[in-house]
Write a protein that binds this ligand. Sequence first.
Ligand code: OSB
Ligand code: MG
Length: 368
Amino acid sequence: MKLTGVELRWVRMPLVTPFRTSFGTQTAREVLLLRVVTGDAEGWGECVAMSEPRYSSEYVDAAADAITHFLVPALAAARRLDANSVAPALAPVRGHRMAKAALEMGVLDAELRAEGRPLARELGAVRERVPCGVSVGIMDSIGELLDTVGGYLDAGYVRIKLKIEPGWDVEPVRAVRERFGDDVLLQVDANTAYTVADARHLARLDPFGLLLIEQPLDEEDLLGHAELATRLTTPLCLDESITSARAAADAIRLGACRNVNIKPGRVGGYLEARRIHDVCAAHGVPVWCGGMLETGLGRAANVALAALPGFLLPGDTSASGRYYRADITAPFVLEDGHLPVPTGPGLGVEPLPDVLESVTVRTEWLSL
Ligand code: OSB
Ligand code: MG
């Protein structure tokens, strides 16, 4: 394929309800979309970086800058263009995995559309639909939390994840267990809000039979997670710490986690995400697909990834309506707690031109 140019598109979509985590509150999602134009086809990439560098060091404007000044020029200079050659071509640029992932996703979509091949099949999917969980933000009161969780269970979600932080951990978990029972698949996500000195406090979660505790400690604290793992019966899962297949192999070897949350954006793309899946599968480590409040474009690709055989736990691949009143693609709708894996070429979904236009803040065309 030959690259013609890349359009950067900043969109802003209000969330149906504010989403509070230990690192901040989101009321709208600002997303950078890429339209990768080649001689053969166009492809869409979604950058999962958030507006501010609080989940990780990346943020939307930094990603746009890296794409504009370093990544697209590096890709333009590469001798060949296909999805497998994107990561090697961008490797001289350090970091910026979310920016790289967006570009690779766009090239991958273009390549697959040109060849008429669906992403799920390309990645090695074995399922036609995937079971879905939902990530529930920190609330102002236990009553509000129970109403919210009850609504999601009524909607059919098969797993609940509660965001936690010091001061909002044991009590919300206890309240959800008391109201909805021990059969609900329940897990928590701290987004690095604790230290290993909190081990005794976190052990108070053990009696509640959680599936896992996600990323309790700092992104760089693999040894701390390994130590914490010896002090808890609840399995640890890593999110922020797993930036590559190598990081996943290290974490498993160190005993820092028994599960991995795979987010393609965090690790530099869907191809590295598949390698992490393979490393984990080889070690018997169940994985699940995380989320970054994606639009229908990123959601389509995440659902395809979640259909791989090692995705043995329900992911944060919730329905479009969990996030947005009007998604930029045809909405993903929960059916019996599952989302269907797209079957069309590439991502298998397209932006709806009118909606896309209505949420667009700015576009920029990088010609080659
Ligand atoms: O830590 O998994 C996380 C959303 C934004 C940033 C980080 C995280 C999350 C979520 C929600 O938990 C996942 C989703 O529903 O997309
Ligand atoms: Mg997380």
